[in-house]
Design a protein. Structure first.
Length: 366
C-alpha cells in the first residue's frame, strides 16, 4: 500500500439495494412463470419458487461472507479456483447428469451442481490474478495472446456441452484484456480470433448448425416451437401486459417457461413497461459496477469489478437477444430471474466480491 492511502472505503449501499431489488423481482417473476409447471409436475405450484428462495437465501449468505473478506484474499486463491473449475468441468463430462439433452450437472446427493457457473467466477478471479501479476507488462500482442491461451482449457471443456457459457467466458477474457491494455487494433485482432474459435465450435456439432437454421426460419422446424411461442408471449403483452399471473403462454405453450425464456413471460404479464423496468434494473447494476471499477485505485479491484460487469452485461444481452430471436437459441439464463440455484449462488458471490472491493479498496486520503 502506498503512503497517503486509506485501505478502506464504504460498502456500496446502492449496489446492495440493486441486488436485493433484482433478487425480489426475480423471485416474483419466477413464481408466476413456474407455478403451472410446478403444479402439473410436482402437484405444488410453489415447487420451483421454494427451491429458488432457498438458493437465494444461501446466495445472500455467500454474498455477505465474501463481502466481509478482503478481495485480495479471494484473488490470491484464484489459481486453486481455476484448477478446481477444470476438474469439475472434466467430471461433468465423465459423470454428469443429462437434463433436457444437456450434460451440465453433477449430482451431490439430493442437490445438483452446475460447474459451468463456478467456472465463470473462477475465470474472473484467475484473470485478475494473472493480469495483476504482470504489473507493467500488459502491453503488446503477446500479453493478449498469452492471457487468452490460459483460458482455452476451461473454454474447451465447458464449450463441449455448453457453448453459451464458453462464449461468456471468452467475452470476460476479452473485456479484462481490453481494460488492462486498451489498444483498439490488437483488440480487434483478438476479437476476430475469438469469433473464429466460436465458428469452429459451431461447425463441430451438427445440432449447433441446426440452431442457426431454426433461428433463420423458426416456423419451418419443429424445434422452433419454443422461439415462436416466446415471441407470441412478447407480442400479446402489449404495453402494460396481461397482469401478474395472467400469462397464457406459460400454460405449457412456452416449454420450461421458468428457465431461459422467462423474459418472454415477464413481457406478457407486465408488457413493454415491465420489460423496460427490468432492463433498467440491469443497466443500473452494470453502471454501478462500472462506477466501482473506475473509482478503485487498485488494479486488482478495477479488473475484478470490470470482469463481473462484463459477465453481467454479456449474459443479460445474450438472454434477451435469444428470447427476441435476435440471435440463435443458446440456452442461456437471465441473471437473478431464471430458475437455477447454482447460478443464483455464484452470482451473489460475484456481487459479494464487488462489495468487498467497495469496502476494502484503496482510496487517496483527503
Amino acid at each position: 500500500m502506498n503512503a497517503g492511502e486509506n485501505p478502506t472505503g464504504k460498502t456500496d449501499m446502492v449496489l446492495i439495494v440493486l441486488v436485493l431489488v433484482l433478487a425480489a423481482v426475480g423471485l416474483a417473476a419466477l413464481f408466476s412463470a413456474s407455478e403451472y409447471n410446478g403444479r402439473v409436475r410436482f402437484d405444488d405450484s410453489a415447487y420451483y419458487f421454494k427451491k429458488q428462495l432457498f438458493a437465494t437465501a444461501l446466495g445472500l449468505l455467500v454474498m455477505y461472507l465474501v463481502a466481509k473478506t478482503d478481495y485480495h484474499v479471494s484473488v490470491a486463491l484464484a489459481p486453486v479456483a481455476y484448477l478446481l473449475s477444470l476438474l469439475l468441468s472434466t467430471a461433468v463430462l465423465l459423470f454428469g447428469q443429462e437434463i433436457n439433452g444437456s450434460k451440465r450437472w453433477l449430482n451431490l446427493g439430493p442437490l445438483s451442481f452446475q460447474p459451468s457457473e463456478f467456472a465463470k467466477m473462477a475465470v474472473i478471479l484467475f484473470l485478475v490474478w494473472q493480469i495483476s501479476r504482470t504489473k507493467k507488462k500488459t502491453t503488446g500482442f503477446w500479453f493478449m495472446a498469452r492471457t487468452m491461451l490460459t483460458l482455452l482449457p476451461v473454454v474447451g471443456l465447458v464449450g463441449s456441452n455448453n457453448l453459451s457459457t464458453a462464449v461468456i467466458i471468452l467475452g470476460i477474457g476479452v473485456m479484462l484484456i481490453f481494460v488492462a491494455n486498451p489498444r483498439y487494433l490488437q483488440f480487434l485482432v483478438l476479437g476476430s480470433a475469438g469469433i473464429s474459435f466460436i465458428a469452429v465450435f459451431l461447425a463441430a456439432e451438427s445440432y449447433r448448425l441446426e440452431r442457426l437454421a431454426i433461428w433463420r426460419d423458426p416456423e419451418k422446424y419443429e424445434k422452433g416451437f419454443q422461439t415462436i411461442q416466446g415471441l407470441y408471449a412478447i407480442g400479446s403483452g402489449g404495453v402494460f401486459g396481461l397482469g401478474p399471473g395472467n400469462s397464457i403462454q406459460k400454460l405449457g405453450f412456452v416449454p420450461e417457461a421458468q428457465n431461459d425464456m422467462i423474459f418472454s413471460i415477464v413481457c406478457e404479464e407486465t408488457g413493454i413497461v415491465g420489460a423496460f423496468l427490468l432492463i433498467l434494473l440491469f443497466v443500473l447494476l452494470i453502471w454501478r459496477l462500472c462506477v466501482l471499477a473506475l473509482n478503485c485505485r487498485d488494479l486488482s479491484g478495477t479488473l475484478l469489478c470490470a470482469g463481473i460487469m462484463a459477465h453481467m452485461a454479456i449474459q443479460v444481452i445474450l438472454n434477451i437477444a435469444v428470447v427476441t430471436n435476435t440471435i440463435p437459441n443458446t440456452g442461456i439464463t437471465l441473471p437473478f430471474v431464471s430458475y437455477g440455484g447454482t447460478s443464483v449462488v455464484f452470482l451473489m458471490g460475484e456481487m459479494g466480491l464487488a462489495l468487498s472491493v467497495s469496502s476494502h479498496r484503496q482510496r487517496k486520503a483527503a
